[in-house]
Every structure is written in C-alpha cells, then in structure tokens.
Design a protein around this ligand. Sequence first.
Ligand code: PGA
Length: 237
Amino acid sequence: MKFITVDTYAELSRKAANLIAAQILSKPECVLGLATGSTPIGTYDNLTKMYEEGDLDFSTVTSVNLDEYVGLDGSNDQSYRWFMNHHLFDRVNIDKANTSVPGGTVSDLAAEGAAYDAKIKALGGIDLQLLGIGLDGHIGFNEPDTRFIAETHEVELHPSTIEANARFFNDISEVPTKAITMGMGAIMQAKKVLLIANGPKKKEIVEKAFFGPITPEVPASILQLHPDVTVIYSIND
Ligand code: PGA
C-alpha cells in the first residue's frame, strides 16, 4: 500500500486527478471505476480542467460506478447518475453510452446486480477503481457487516450513512434507506485502487481501515489485502 498524506483538499484532488490521468494516458481504452460523494468532486474538477486544456481525452474510456440509491432514477438530482453527469460526464468527451451506474429503480435488484457484475466481467474488469470512505468505513455502499459480500447487491444503509448523507437532502426523511452497490469482488479485482479521504473527520476511520485488523465491521480494511492500493489522505478539509 502506498499511503500519501497531503495538507490540503486541493492537493489531494490534484494528485488523485493526476493518477487517473496517468491511467487514461497509459491505456486510453481503460475501464475506470468511479465514485460519488463530496470527496471526489475536486478530482473531477481537475480532470475536467485537463480535458478543457486538451491534455486528456475520454473518448475511449469506459466507466462503471460503485452504487446508486434504490428508488431514485437518473433525472433525480440526488441520484448518483445525476451526480456523475453533473460533475464529470457532461463536462468531458466521454461517450455516455460507455458509462454505467447500477439501476436504482429496477424491479429486480438481484437481477440488476448479477447483470452489473457480468458487464464488469465482460469489460475485462476495472483498471483503476476510485473510492471514498464513509465514516463507518464503507466503500461504495458496502456497509459494516458480519461478512464481506462479493457481488453487486442491495443494501440497507447504516444509520450513520443516512445521517451523513442527509446534508444533501432537504430533510433526513428524504434520504433513501436502501442502495445497490458493487460488492467487494469487483473492487478487489480492480487492477489498481485509489482511495481518497479528506480532513480530520476521516482520520480515525482511515487509521482503523488501513492500520487496524481486517474485518467486515470496517469494510475498507479488506483493501489491506489488495496488491496495488494508493491512499491519499488530506490532513485539512
Ligand atoms: P464523502 O463520502 O466523500 O461525501 O465523505 C464518502 C463515502 O461515503 O464513500
């Protein structure tokens, strides 16, 4: 594991974007695993700037996102499809047909999960998976549990996740209580993993995840077993 500590969120965002850009430059037809949340926004801004300056071309990139809220479709501005369109896809020259987010409004979430895993497999797996980390140690929406789940699956969100995400909604009662998330299988099979964590509030969980015991109670701790993980942690927000 490579653990990089930086001072500021701006530095974290630049470094993360540089690593993603290096992936795209070295393999233009790569598969990126992408993440939502407040942490990657600066990374996506930097990638957009590189595209605008003519230094990065997304035309042959394919992306698969980690998760989606159950019940929200892509036109809902709280959905993760909307987030990705708004923060990255509509700002660069990626072909939207080559971008995937798990479907949160399908009637059969188990079938959707199986189809999502089959799609990732057919793509040849993920070259670089970007991850944030929840205050409870989740990656994607793999919440603390008694076991690690390999497949893309439906999940009940942890109360601390609902509370943390309430800041994006008018009221906590509007936060969906369920999600569909990529499981640990596709994440652990990604060739490279890049986890970004920002600020003092993430310090304790980052220490637990990367320097504590490997346990499904701290889902991100499984990454200690991945052969190519880079963690970028910024001390200040
Ligand atoms: P955040 O979320 O980037 O908004 O802190 C991270 C996560 O929950 O994965």
